[in-house]
Ligand binder design. Structure first.
Ligand code: GLN
Length: 307
């Protein structure tokens, strides 16, 4: 266990190191609304188990959560339907880009894991059937866990993604042809684009991830996941959370993590704390360049990792 604000000097040191990094990648431009962000932005927050949160840089600045949202929809779906989900999506690293179609045909419309887009679409589809409003269920959960009632969907980002959403539409229709999608594909895509367009800060997301460090316990002390399910979600984050860079992320950072093309990455130190970093410049695999670097430095300087 750590006491409050233990990591503040380390965060300041990391921020100074990140400041001097010249190579910062490029913001996602396949969603035009995300292309406007300055790659020099950087924020990092740590949330401790009791909800104490602190950070450096732009740690209170909202950004587009994008694929980070997939962790929360997975947890919310697992909490409701349990292992039935695993008949519809597998749990293996894909080794392919996050938006890849190639493995679906060989695997009869069953996506490789819940964090590539195909798998996340299946999870959102199932959560939508179970709740009647997947994106709203997610938003309500993020507001409750972060304590920030102002969290909202950015409709402009959702519209931008929808207007350029042919790849996700193809994934949805292809899986529907195998009977692995329950809702009309247009309804599913609308939910998925809204889900990805929720904006939150490093502080909000570090807090919202806390249930994974508390072995399934929410901020209010109630249980969302069993201890075993929390372990399972953390394991899938470690093996699949950064797509075809998951091996390198595990090597460098050594923590369960989940990235999004908005430039954010969440990470979990089970039993200790959660982290969120943000830097809008991405590498060629869609992960924040400064985000991975900052998490790498955090685990190196603190000695904290799951290994
Ligand atoms: N909304 C994005 C998409 O579907 C999410 C991708 C990501 O963050 N890796 O393309």
């Amino acid at each position: 266990m750590t006491s409050s604000h233990t990591f503040e000097p380390i965060l300041r040191r990391i921020a100074a190191e990140i400041e001097s990094m010249a190579e910062r990648g490029r913001p996602a431009d396949y969603i035009p609304a995300l292309a406007v962000y300055d790659p020099r932005r950087f924020g990092m927050a740590v949330a401790e188990l009791d909800g104490t949160v602190y950070g450096v840089g732009d740690w209170r600045e909202p950004f587009s959560t994008q694929s980070i949202s997939k962790v929360f929809t997975l947890a919310l779906d697992l909490a409701r339907e349990g292992d039935t989900l695993w008949k519809h999506v597998s749990r293996e690293p894909s080794g392919n880009p996050f938006n890849s179609l190639v493995q679906l045909e060989y695997e009869n419309g069953i996506p490789r894991n819940p964090f590539i887009n195909a798998g996340a679409l299946v999870v959102t589809d199932r959560l939508h059937t179970l709740t009647g409003y997947a994106a709203g269920t997610l938003l309500e959960f993020l507001r409750a866990e972060s304590g920030n009632a102002a969290l909202a969907i950015n409709d402009g980002v959702a519209a931008s993604e929808s207007a350029h959403g042919d790849r996700n539409a193809a994934l949805g229709h292809f899986m529907a042809s195998y009977g692995n999608i329950e809702n009309p594909v247009a309804v599913l895509l609308d939910q998925y684009f809204r889900q990805c367009s929720i904006e939150a800060s490093c502080a909000d997301l570090a807090l919202a991830t806390g249930f994974l460090a508390r072995h399934g316990i929410r901020a209010d002390g109630t249980r969302l996941l069993t201890q075993s399910q929390a372990k399972q979600v953390n394991a899938i984050m470690l093996t699949c959370g950064t797509y075809d860079a998951a091996g390198d992320f595990a090597y460098r950072v050594g923590l369960p993590g989940k990235s999004g093309v908005g430039g954010g990455i969440i990470a979990v130190v089970p039993g200790c704390c959660t982290l969120c970093v943000w830097g809008p410049g991405l590498d060629e695999r869609g992960n924040s360049v400064v985000g991975v670097a900052a998490l790498d430095r955090f685990t190196t300087l603190t000695g904290l990792s799951v290994f």
